[in-house]
Design a protein around this ligand. Sequence first.
Ligand code: OVM
Length: 399
Amino acid sequence: MGSGTTLPTNDTDPFSHDVLENPLPLHAALRDAGPVVHLSTYDVYAFARYEQVHAALVDWQDFQSAAGVGLSNFRYEKPWRPPSLLLEADPPRHDAPRRVLSKIIGPRSLRRLREQWFTDAEHLVEQVLAGGAEFDVVASLATVFPLRVFPDAVGIGKEGRENLLPYGDFAFNAFGPHNDLVAQGAPRIAELSAWLNAQCAREALTDGGFGAQIWAAADRGDITPEQAPLIVRSLLTAGVDTTVHGLSAALYGFATHPEQWQRLREQPPLARVAFDEAVRWESPVQTFFRTATVDVRVGDHVVPEGKKILMFLGAANRDPRRWDDPDAFDLSRDPSGHVGFGMGLHQCVGQHVARLEAEALLTALARRVRTIELAGPTARHHNNTLRAWESIPVRVRVG
Ligand code: OVM
């Protein structure tokens, strides 16, 4: 357009196993290719620089979510489940659900959970350390802690909670193409969805929990009774895998950066900034799409109306144009402004829940564990959207 420069193109499949194993080389190539790149595998556009990712995230008018934030374009394709009222909606439909949920899981409301979650974290750490000095932080801590505190806080029953992680894993895979990861999850999705949807009914939720508070908002008329179960569904979809992988990221950061662990030990209030730095560094949610609502000019090029744009949150969070020494996990930096929780109108509504879980667990660990180091080979868990660990074996010294 205009200047005569041709749009850079890249034929790498960002959802291939090679890229999911290590996305960093693709991220660098996309950032260096220009502010916007065409991905020929899917005929979509890509933003990988911080500036363009940030700009798209805060411009919900030109970059809509209502056509879906995965590869599938809801203008032409039927979504695999009724669209989320939060993630897959724009103003004005988005606003009442967002207002209701942000109050229920906002910083002020979470204060009543703080003490209990810190105690729960201390008990879990004691229990794990009693089992010996070598363990897998994914299986023993990062998976266990969110599952111990979050479903109780939502108020779902005790039965079937083992379904939460597989459901979330499927939902995050479903933002990508219909590749082998989606196919592997497909046989169980009817059963998992039936269970999860049943947990969203008023009768299934205990008094006082986030779920019951969502239904109370429907009783007040702040949302409709039809909206309530879908908002509970958002909590159960987005609230478990994300925190598990965020905690894994932080624990991996510390296991590979002993000097940062010493810092946290000396200054436990760094737990919160450590978690945000881990979210920046690892970007547990790697990518989301938007859809252009008009022809959008980006530098010398135009993203045509109706086209999907893949925003590489993980690439933006390590863009050297924005961050000094971006690949370093460093508690002394200010990670605020990272786009690991998104930015703007749709920015993660559950981020305060995630931060509280992380603060509780990291504080409890820092109190008891003097050193933490890798004790064997780590393994990634591949997901079309999530950057995740399957296994992080560590050895600790207590005291
Ligand atoms: C939702 C939701 C929100 C954020 C992420 C997500 C599966 C889902 O509202 O259901 O991922």
